[in-house]
Design a protein around this ligand. Sequence first.
Ligand code: SF4
Length: 327
Amino acid sequence: MLTSTQVKAHALKAGADLVGIAAPERFAELPDRYNPMSAFPEAKSVIVLGIRIFRGLYRGVQSGTFYAGLSMMGYASNKWVFQPVTLWKFCSLFEDAGYETAPIPDAFPWSNLDGIDPDEMGQDFIDVNPAFFGKDSRDFSRPVKDDRPAPDIYFQMRLAAYCAGLGEIGDSGVFLTPEYGPRQMFAVVLTDAELDPDPIFPGGLCDHCGKCIQQCPGCAISSSEKITVRIAGREISWNKLDFAKCSVALHGGGEKACNPFMVSEEDKAGFNQQPYTAARNYKFGPIVWSGRQIGAWRGCHMACMAHLEERGVLKNKFKTRFGDCQC
Ligand code: SF4
């Protein structure tokens, strides 16, 4: 029999920076298409691993001199390299003890969101770009039985992290932990091993300062509208995000963009196109698709991280102050 203590020690040894455990019942209020238990109904625990994003990777964006590091090492390598490697090492412990695991990195081009109105929010919320998914998308898949959601189901890492007691969702919609603030990504393991769950995090990291809203280059975070979701027997909420604006800003455009690759009017038009539908600009295409996310989470990550550090509420302390962006 595996214990929670053994499992957590093994997760850290496998490479995770954070680990939390959720009981399946905490997801029960979610629609089936958002509930991880739809994929593995026999699962008895949901384990969430957090992999930190190194703080120094934000410096190139803050100084306006080097954009590839954060998106390649902090984003792509975290999701597509380090998470799968960590999960591989972690899950062997379970199989050796006779338990199944379904390791799920934050790396899939999922899902079926057909038939969902992108403007619909609340318990049927979505958090993807409506220009790519949602009511305008093609038919994608069908349920194999009447009582099952169509594949692939879509569950959110931040909700799993919440259920595993790792932290809270800030007003920005970004998950915040007491260790790193917004500076990590999550992977999930579903298993039939029954483990003691962690308590839900009591909250208090987000103080509703509004810096994520003010400093978002895309003006994508609403200052007044909220999304509310029932989960783990509670109601949680965050501010509504305009995903089309967020997507443009992440890739270098936006109303308050500070993008040094935006030199000509043609660049400006290119970077402000919806990235998933019109990557035609000669510079826009290669820069965006090579992963140089110029917006690079300025408000929701960098402004929030600096604010939480200034307040002294994060456990990971540094000798050098992070401070504000140069532009
Ligand atoms: S920047 Fe302020 S309001 Fe936004 S998520 Fe962080 S703490 Fe909350």
